[in-house]
Design a protein around this ligand. Structure first.
Ligand code: C2E
Ligand code: MG
Ligand code: MG
Length: 690
């Protein structure tokens, strides 16, 4: 159950759609990338600007170099701040600077900042200070590192204006060469090592093509971001669609093409919680199509599936908006119904039963309902509160249990789940929780029921029957736990336990010189699925060195309906090892004659049903005597079970029945009692002990 719940949690997770989160993540990623692009672009613009400024700086350095060439070394050597060029030097400087035509407005400054000589227009921002930019070049700039023109206008502001006029069409010098921004600035270059400086007017020119390239880069990168975002969004939409399709498949039943059990559990739990919160009654119903297996056997599985599909449709048309119907498995459907009370629910279920598809009616197929009704009160009679936890799967299990309780009564249309079924469920849980421990603590007790020879009332054998002496549940009869063990497979362990204990008892009695009779042990049908069963039983018995002829194996004829070949092989080997085999409950329900034909059995145990009822009928006696004759002809011994009356014993003795096991002689009793009251050191008359 825990595992089941875990799987449902996983499914829930899988089906949850995370659209909001995905969109948020995409938008976040897009914003992040766009911001990175914007930062990158502003860096690029700064780089472009600095590149252009460094052109001017290089030009100034070139000018300073040229000046240094024409100055005689001795003239500017030392720290002579008083030095002034003579006319010849001035002329030489002016000449060399005029040569390239690049220097129009310039000035040479002494180390103390005083002007040595100049040419052209020197209206530079005299309030500005000389700034050393990363040691590479100096420009006259204001405190904000912004380059200002002589009117104090900022280059950055002008750059913004230039951007604005980028797409203006009244250009003059050809589209790409159009000057968008022109700005003077004053690069400074040192003249040799002298401490004198050459300061010149340089022009920062931003052309339309510069801005165009920057714009192009911005456009391309932002477009790329946009395209990536669109792609991611498309991908998201696609994956959501795929997820929806998978979810739909996950919730679709392959047989009926309608909703499946998984959907029922998820959605049903939600609706159930809502109902509980709202304090209204509801019901979970198991709808079982009776004789579905027969229908499939006659009409084929495909037609059977079509039938289920029709049935699903019919059931679906009987439910309201907030109700559910889904295929559970095989011939069972799960329904969630709302109702006012149990009475209304029962009427509703009967209405559903008659509105089944015509094909069901044609084939005389009928529905049977198991109903788990959830009233506004809990099982303990308390009012259901918002905190009451009800699990849809366990409620449906209750519905299944209710249905199972009428499985053998096909005419009963529905059953409500009630306390007694809950009791049974609790008991099953108790048995499952305690069985292992009980086996370890030897709480299972061997009872022996003697078998007597009716011709002389001598003890001829015994059957080992288990009882559970539980410290919690008390003394428990086998019918209360054997069917549970048969369902959960624990029966094989119990069988081993019984074989070992009987073998041990027999070995003890032999050692003590007691009159030992064969004791039969029941081996369940499930055990015969083990191909090594014969060797397994042999080894268990051999542990106590008990002669094999003192252990008899009882198998029920139902074992014959499993793997017939395997059963035959096991029976043959058991006989080889010297064990006698008996067929238990012969004549109860199944057709047994066929099994008698093939199985080399030693003993036939006539079912107790033959001896039930008040008056013995002549026909019953004929059947019993013929069964005895049949066994004799097949060289088998015959045991009559459940014999309680003296006249039955007399009749069986007359018919030559070999042994009688019944209350007439003795009820099953503890092994110690069997030993003291039934066994003797030498043969004794059993009737004395009756
Ligand atoms: P079974 O093997 O057919 O055992 C005979 C049952 O009939 C026993 O019931 C016995 O007490 C009962 N019985 C015998 N004579 C009379 C009689 O004259 N009148 C009435 N009314 N009943 C009589 P018990 O002990 O309750 O066992 C029931 C069934 O439980 C057994 O039927 C057997 O199938 C199963 N069982 C019991 N012990 C074991 C076991 O150790 N292993 C396995 N696999 N099954 C066991
Ligand atoms: Mg038996
Ligand atoms: Mg029996």
């Amino acid at each position: 159950m825990a595992n089941h719940k875990h799987n449902h949690k996983k499914l829930k997770k899988l089906s949850r759609k995370r659209i909001g989160t995905s969109i948020f993540l995409i938008v976040l990623a897009g914003t992040l990338v766009a911001s990175i692009v914007v930062v990158f672009l502003s860096f690029f613009a700064m780089y472009m600007l600095e590149n252009k400024i460094s052109d001017g700086v290089q030009l100034a350095a070139y000018g300073a170099e040229e000046i240094r060439e024409v100055l005689p070394d001795e003239e500017i050597a030392g720290e002579d701040t008083e030095w002034r060029p003579d006319t010849d030097t001035e002329a030489a400087i002016a000449k060399v600077l005029a040569r390239s035509g690049e220097f129009t407005d310039w000035v040479i400054l002494a180390p103390d900042g005083t002007e040595v000589m100049h040419e052209g227009n020197l209206t530079y921002a005299s309030e500005g200070t000389v700034f050393d930019l990363a040691g590479e070049y100096s420009v006259y700039a204001d405190q904000d590192m912004d380059i200002l023109d002589e009117n104090g206008e900022s280059v950055r502001r002008m750059l913004a204006l230039a951007w604005k006029s980028l797409w203006a069409d009244d250009y003059r010098d050809g589209w790409s060469e159009e000057t968008m921004l022109q700005q003077d600035y004053w690069p400074v270059a040192a003249i040799g090592e002298s401490g004198y400086q050459f300061v010149m007017r340089a022009k920062l020119v931003i052309r339309r093509k510069d801005l165009f390239y920057a714009g192009l880069i911005a456009f391309v990168s932002l477009t790329a971001v946009f395209v990536v975002m669109i792609f991611m969004l498309l991908n998201l939409i696609f994956s959501i669609r795929t997820q929806r399709r998978i979810t739909r498949l996950l919730y679709t039943d392959t047989t009926t093409c309608g909703r499946n059990w998984t959907f029922f559990c998820l959605q049903g739990q939600r609706v159930l919680n809502r109902r509980i919160r709202g304090g209204t009654a509801c019901a979970v119903v198991d709808v079982h199509l009776q004789k579905y297996q027969n229908y499939c056997a006659c009409n084929g599985i495909r037609n059977g599936e079509c039938l289920l599909e029709d049935l699903h449709e019919a059931l679906g048309s009987c439910i309201g908006k907030k109700e559910l119907c889904a295929h559970y498995n095989g011939a069972d459907f799960a329904m969630f119904l709302s109702c006012r009370d149990g009475q209304e629910l029962a009427e509703r279920v009967q209405r559903i039963a008659v509105s089944v598809p015509a094909v069901l009616q044609q084939n005389r197929l009928r529905l049977q309902f198991g109903i788990a009704y959830l009233s506004t009160q809990t099982q303990n009679g308390e009012k259901v509160t918002k905190k009451t936890k009800t699990d849809i799967i366990s409620v449906f299990n209750n519905a299944l249990a209710a249905r199972a309780s009428i499985a053998d009564k096909p005419d009963v249309p529905y059953a409500f789940f009630d306390e007694s079924l809950l009791e049974q469920q609790r008991w099953e849980e108790f048995v499952e929780d305690h069985m292992e421990e009980a086996l370890l603590r030897e709480e299972f007790v061997v009872y022996l029921q003697p078998k007597y020879d009716p011709s002389n009332d001598q003890l001829a054998g015994a059957e080992a029957l288990v009882r559970w002496n539980s410290p919690i549940a008390g003394f428990v009869a086998p019918y209360k736990f054997i069917p549970i063990f048969e369902k959960n497979g624990f029966i094989t362990k119990l069988d081993d336990y019984m074989i070992s204990h009987v073998a041990a008892l027999q070995a003890q009695w032999i050692a003590r010189g007691k009159q030992v009779v064969p004791v039969s042990v029941n081996v369940s049908r499930a055990h015969f699925g083990d191909p090594d069963l014969a060797e397994h039983i042999r080894d268990l018995v051999d542990t106590y060195k008990t002669p094999h002829e003192y252990i008899e194996i009882e198998l029920t004829e139902s074992a014959f309906f499993d793997d017939k070949q395997l059963l035959l092989a096991t029976v043959h080997r058991l006989k080889e090892y010297g064990f006698d085999i008996s067929m238990d409950d012969f004549g109860a329900g199944y057709s047994s004659l066929n099994s008698l034909k093939d199985l080399p059995l030693d003993v036939l145990k006539l079912d107790a049903e033959f001896f039930r009822g008040e008056n013995e009928s002549e026909r019953g006696e004929i059947v019993v005597s013929e069964a005895i004759r049949l066994a004799k002809s097949l060289h088998m011994r015959i045991v009559a079970e459940g014999v309680e009356k003296e006249n039955q014993v007399a009749f069986l003795a007359r018919q030559g029945c070999d042994m009688i096991q019944g209350y007439y002689y003795a009820k099953p009793m503890p092994a110690s009692e069997f030993e003291t009251t039934r066994m003797a050191d030498t043969g004794s008359d059993a009737s004395d002990n009756r």
